[in-house]
Ligand binder design. Sequence first.
Ligand code: SF4
Ligand code: SF4
Length: 451
Amino acid sequence: MATHKDALDERLERLTPEDFRRGLRAFSAKIREAESSWLQTCVRCGLCADSCHYFRADGELESIPAYKLELAASVFRRNFTAAGRLAPALVGARSLDKEMARRWIEAIFGRCSLCGRCSLNCTTGVHIAGVLRAARGALAEMGLVPDDLQATVDLSLSTGNNMGITRQDWLDTVEWIGEELRTETGDPAAGIPVDKTGAKVLFTVNPREPKFYPLSLQASAAVFHAAGEDWTVASEGWDLTNYGLFTGNVEQGRAISENLVRSMERLGCRTLVIGECGHGFAAARWEAPEWRQEGYRFEVRSFLEVMEDYLLEGRIRVDRSRHPGKVTLHDPCNLVRSGGVSEPQRTVLRRTVTRLVEMSPCGRENFCCGGGGGQLSMARFRAKRLQAGSVKAEQIRKTGAATVVAPCHNCIDQLMELNREYKLGVAIKTVAEMVADALIRPACAGMRGEA
Ligand code: SF4
Ligand code: SF4
């Protein structure tokens, strides 16, 4: 399935017996008690097949969630169960060798976005994505993470953000956006505060925003300004992404998550607000406290929850007539299914746009766009990623919407590719961009109907 060879294939060829032992040790350590029972409870009913966007798109056996699960389970049986050790053929137990490692890479990195949808329909409640993430962790231990995915982790560890944006470039971008905001609002005090000690809110962003989508950051800043929030960004430790979640390397994931903790402690802020990003929210809100084995001394919120509060409390006002066309909403898996944030974006959009049409299915049952699980960073699986994304493309087309709102910059990148690939002809926006475009500024409040 891989479209090109890279250093990963060479590393695969050079694996030593010690590498396999290390991988197995990591796999066993990462499979927690509950997960080891999941490895033995699949009854092969096949109900998970249609849950997976990969299988729906290609119809291939290798894309069925239970097939991917079995690849991991057969290795577990061979190495960690008595029956597997004594009579491997009888119980379908298989060794972790070069061929199996190659199959793991193709299935677990190449045909899974860790979206978690299959678990919703599993007869026995197997958390398939959890098992596959543990298998990714074993591959990481063996040095078998695709190079481009690992590079994002390495850049986060070495520079503090996954795109290697320099401190000066970040500060220049923030300053420039602040100037734009002053022009836009006519308020000389508007801007993006940097390193404001004791600010209530520390706002964090995906590096794609300063790098490729500054208007997105400008929109968030406009919302904070309109709400009169006491907020700041950090000069360092501002990147909310954490690709350790996708490589399965918990130690590296934990180290990356500490960047945000250090910023919060250095600035003494009360609330860490995660900008629009699915996996970034899941990593900071749910995974990192587990990785560090202690909670935070501050609260973590999604910017969607914050915007919902602003609207409900009347701190910002919007004019929904500015968005007269049909708008649909994409549900990022890590934000909605894993992260539990489903309603705030709906509350916000119902007040901000005239015609919100839901995809079918939506919310917790949504289909992954195909860009999750680090897929966007793995060039070798691009063709498969775009094929798997056809399910989302079809969902979008069926809504007839002219605008797709996606509260996640990773999803946005995938949706933009799907837009081109499947000729959807839609505009793609963040929630903050929709809100910012509909804001009733204090100077003109009362002149337009409030939603
Ligand atoms: S987690 Fe998502 S992509 Fe992976 S097997 Fe399950 S449904 Fe498919
Ligand atoms: S739905 Fe669950 S039990 Fe049935 S085949 Fe899939 S993983 Fe196995």
